[in-house]
Design a binder for this molecule. Sequence first.
Ligand code: SF4
Length: 384
Amino acid sequence: MTHAGIYIHIPFCRSRCSYCDFATGMYESAIAGRYVGALCSEIKAWGEVDKPSVVDTIYFGGGTPSLLAASQIESIASAVRGRFEVTEGAEVTLEINPGDGGTSEASKRPSMNQWRSFGINRASFGAQTFDDRDLKQLGRTHSAADISSTFQRLRDAGFSNINFDLIAGLPGQTLDGWKRNLEEALKLRPEHLSLYLLDVHEGTPLADQIKSGMRPKPDDDLAAEMYVTMIEEVCAAGYEHYEISNFCLPGFESRHNTKYWSGAPYYGFGCSAHSYDGARRRWANERDAAKYVEMIDQNSSSIVERTSLSDQDARSESIFLGLRLMRGIDLQKYESRFGRHLREEYNGELDRLSEAGLIEIDEGLLRLTTRGALLSNEVFAALA
Ligand code: SF4
């Protein structure tokens, strides 16, 4: 049976980044204490699946989970291990902010060695850019120097699996500026890189700044050039491009995130967390942190949405999630799972997309080309 992943959402940050539309708010220790209590109750009382799959990944995401105190991370980790069967050698990721994980007594926050002692063996951090001016404009609280020093401290603490997030296409960023970012990241040689094109979300301060003319509009052609450059340079440095926005050294794919794209089950805890049973059921928790705590206090559950996938939904999902993986969709497996030939089902569309250079079918695998990865939304819409 396919193993499941556990996602834990920690909705607190030090400050709000100008481009962010995640379910997260400012850190306050009293609120964080109540939230962690609710989270542990939710995990302990969980019973959504009669026989939950064995778990081989745990992901602390947010928000900024590294803001939590040592005892809080430890209590969440032990609640998970108390409720689920977690495999030996499970991948346990903590999202951190550059600069966190120091040993300052005043901060009462855990050191990197403590994270390791709670079983955390993978660190992921939002470097975003190595340009201090851009970091400031984005409202980030760290500097470029913090990225390198945090990386070194993680290495010193024994982390041998580290991810950076970088964003391309920032307002005013040039192609040379983006290349310098890639060079800086590759010099450190993390095991994994998540490289995103900036997505400007309605209602964020950044969207307002662009609307008012305070920041230049993102340039789609330049973003496309940045995307192609990133694939060339990162792959030339020995990384594998395994998902539209993700690269890794051999053997270091994010096992947790791969579950989302490959149809494996995952169970999410905390506000705004989503879950999937690996077959036909999806469900989602309340998005607002305060309401989430209230609901858990009253009912031990905060599920506000349940979806039962139809045959058509399940097929569409397996296509647009499976195509995110650059290895593509195995047409034989699709047929065994759904009793249909994907080629026959979407014949006209596949021909059109293939002629446009967006997809290719090779040795029984349907996959995106580099151009298709760049224009993936167009491909997904055509196959919806
Ligand atoms: S640190 Fe991440 S989650 Fe927090 S505000 Fe910034 S982008 Fe959003």
